[in-house]
Design a protein around this ligand. Structure first.
Ligand SMILES: [Zn+2]
Length: 331
């Protein structure tokens, strides 16, 4: 049973009303890049809680559309044995959380998940192992909170209730035109969640295992690898975003664009061991050949193979994916 609540119609104020209420000018919106701009930034996480992407046109959602969305939300929650709620529903300080979380939070209402976004969420969940979302042995359900992209509350955990298994997803990443990216984002966030005992203890029990596979201390490897990534980027004249922001995976059209994504995400994975594991998860989801292209330039083959096997058995429950699995959304 879903405990998702119906949203009262009064919650859905117009965009202009929102701007007025928040006391910000419409020109602020121009800080976002256009929706079709290939330079759209796209980030896979964002433990920092900041996940800016090019702004899509805000969907017009009628009351009927809203009711359909709420019904669909309950259907998906029942289908996968999860809870789906908006940040506004679970947080008494959602506005404060938005301000804390920057422009994305100010300009978008988190309940603006329309039917298309939700249909894509349903398809992406179908594409992932049941272990990711099924209730655990204690019957603890996964809570998907519709809010800024992150997991276990991250930087806004003080503004919301505690859930032992929780990821937060933004509708900006669940657009029908970038379906592969939506699953890629879920693979990253679930990569965090399934390698963590509980959101109470966010250190992964697999940290020692990762160091064992890498054959050394993570900090030392981080230092060496950062230099190697930088060198390779300079030699190939590639520009690497420090933030981890990349093109939506669906938009990759050339080897150069893919190389930029790989190097940027590898570098982002060096932020800490938990991110290293989550980046392994997102890379694994893109297939064995992609995984090879990602890690083989920097690690011996046996290390690459062991990282792949780690992802296969410790994260993805044995499920493997073809290179760039692309499926069409039926939304
Ligand atoms: Zn992450």
């Amino acid at each position: 049973m879903s405990k998702s609540k119906e949203l009262p119609p009064t919650r859905r104020s117009s965009l202009m009303q929102r701007f007025a209420l928040l006391g910000i000018s419409v020109s602020t919106a121009l800080l976002f890049k256009g929706d079709n701009n290939l330079n759209n930034a796209f980030a896979g996480d964002l433990s920092s809680g900041h996940a800016l992407v090019g702004a899509p046109a805000l969907p017009f959602v009628s009351n009927e559309g809203e009711q359909n969305s709420n019904k669909l939300r309950e259907k998906i929650a029942d289908e996968f044995g999860i809870e789906i709620q908006t940040l506004d529903e679970v947080s008494t300080a959602a506005t404060a959380a938005r301000i804390f979380n920057g422009l994305e939070g100010l300009l978008f209402s988190y309940q603006d998940w329309n039917e298309q976004n939700l249909n894509l969420l349903e398809h992406t969940l179908e594409n992932l192992p049941e272990k990711f979302y099924q209730p655990d042995e204690n019957g603890e359900k996964v809570h998907i909170i519709l809010g800024p992209l992150t997991h276990c509350g991250s930087s806004i955990k003080n503004f919301m209730p505690f859930y032992p298994r929780e990821i937060m997803l933004s509708s900006l990443y669940f657009r029908p035109e970038i379906p592969l990216s939506a699953t890629w984002v879920l693979a990253h966030e679930f990569g965090h969640l399934v390698t963590t005992d509980s959101c109470r203890q966010t250190d992964s029990p697999y940290l020692d295992k990762i160091e064992e596979i890498l054959g050394g201390n993570f900090d030392q490897i981080k230092q060496d690898l950062s230099g190697e990534i930088q060198t390779q980027a300079e030699q190939s004249d590639l520009s690497i975003e420090e933030s981890g922001f990349v093109l939506p995976i669906d938009s990759i059209k050339t080897p150069v664009q893919e190389a930029i994504v790989r190097l940027t995400r590898l570098k982002y994975g060096l932020s800490n061991q938990e991110e290293f594991i989550a980046v392994i998860a997102e890379s694994y989801f893109l297939g064995k050949n992609y995984f090879q292209r990602m890690y083989a330039p920097f690690f011996p083959q046996d290390v690459v193979d062991n990282l792949y096997e780690f992802a296969r058995y410790n994260i993805f429950d044995g499920t493997e994916y073809p290179d760039y699995p692309y499926y069409s959304c039926q939304a």
